[in-house]
Design a protein around this ligand. Structure first.
Ligand SMILES: [Zn+2]
Length: 369
């Protein structure tokens, strides 16, 4: 088994796979930009040992990526649909169908699938594999892991999607992963993944709901059902919703703006509309409150501000910096390094591949001991 798992570095660059008709890989070039894989070592992991599938389930989108055993992406798909309209059965059937489609697209025999990682927007119990609550779903306390295990007979790993982003960024920039790192992800929501020395081994599933810390008891409506949450000022849906009250912008499906719609909003904001500047100042202050709470409670070595929402950081920066100086004790602020990394949403599936590989590796080690 060990010989099959490991191979010499030179064989990794060869195209040879252990099954013959594996040339039907869609979109391989488009993935090259993030084919980072695992760090190079003298003996490398044999990419052909098996494959991993990562799924990101979030508001109105199911994104699926299949990767080889070195962690490099081979094919991916994005399915846009009204996720809140799904019941538990329909949700499980859809995820199973997406995984089957990835196996078919890459001619991967089922016995070569070694693990499935599912990153969810919302509260996850990583130990039981239950998805407790998500703004993307109308059903609660869903056991997604068990039906996947039954359908494919492999390890199923669950995580909050901010944890997956944290793992992806830690792998891309190991200096940010030394010690305790808190990654605040801003995009379709506001979440946090906590990583210790590059691993998700902190607390209950390494995720945290910083986005639902309250800034004002009677503040704007949040997607969680409560009011005045950090997310209700800072997430992309909140900014887009508030901008539509005074600007002519196309409606967002289920109030979730697309990436193109958010790009349009940023473009409009650059035009100097004072009402939009006000919205981004509010968002900057909410981001500062999230950072201040994180630093005060956790005292991490690193805070990483990530996610597509950080593409608008320049518009938030001044209000963010002014508020941060008032919101956290200066001695604490000096002891944490803050990094801005406006990552793409693809980091979610990339990080989930890593998390799943880690669990599969551990299980392989245990079974060979
Ligand atoms: Zn909330």
């Amino acid at each position: 088994m060990a010989e099959e798992l490991l191979c010499e570095a030179e064989t990794e660059t060869g195209a040879a796979m252990s099954w013959p008709d594996d040339t039907h890989e869609e979109d391989a070039d488009a993935l090259n930009g993030r084919r980072r894989g695992r760090p190079a070592v003298l003996l490398t992991l044999n990419p052909a040992f098996g494959r991993i599938i990562a799924v990101s389930l979030r508001m109105n989108l199911i994104e699926t990526l299949i990767a080889d055993f070195s962690g490099s992406g081979l094919a991916q798909s994005r399915l846009a649909l009204a996720t809140r309209a799904l019941d538990v059965g329909a949700l499980c059937d859809l995820v199973i169908a997406q995984i089957d489609a990835m196996l078919d697209a890459t001619a991967t025999p089922r016995h070569r699938l070694l693990g499935i990682g599912i990153a969810l927007q919302g509260i996850v119990n990583a130990d039981t594999g239950r998805h407790l609550w998500s703004p993307a779903l109308s059903v609660t306390d869903v056991d997604l892991a068990k039906p996947m295990r039954q359908a494919f007979g492999v390890e199923v790993v669950m995580a909050n999607d901010a944890v997956a982003v944290a793992l992806s960024l830690a792998a891309a920039e190991p200096a940010l992963a030394q010690g305790l790192s808190a990654t605040i992800m801003v995009g379709h929501g506001v979440g946090m993944g906590v990583v210790v020395d590059g691993e998700a081994r902190w607390g209950a599933g390494a995720g945290s709901e910083i986005g639902h810390v309250k800034l004002a008891p009677d503040g704007p409506q949040c997607r969680c059902g409560q009011r005045g949450c950090i997310e209700a000022y800072l997430a992309d849906y909140a900014l887009y919703r508030d901008a539509r009250t005074f600007l002519d912008l196309p409606p967002a499906a289920s109030q979730q703006p697309s990436e193109a719609q958010m790009a349009l909003l940023r473009e409009r904001a650059l035009g100097g509309d004072p009402r939009l500047e006000h919205l981004f100042r509010q968002a900057g202050r909410a981001l500062a409150e999230a950072v201040a709470a994180t630093i005060s409670v956790l005292r991490p070595h690193h805070v990483i501000l990530a996610g597509p929402g950080l593409q608008a950081f320049d518009m938030m920066r001044r209000a963010y910096e002014e508020r941060l100086d008032q919101a956290v004790l200066p001695w604490l602020l000096k002891s944490t390094a803050i990094h801005v990394r406006p990552s793409e949403s693809a980091t979610i599936v990339d990080g989930m591949v890593r998390r799943t590989l880690r669990v599969v590796d551990q299980n392989q080690m245990e079974t060979t001991e």
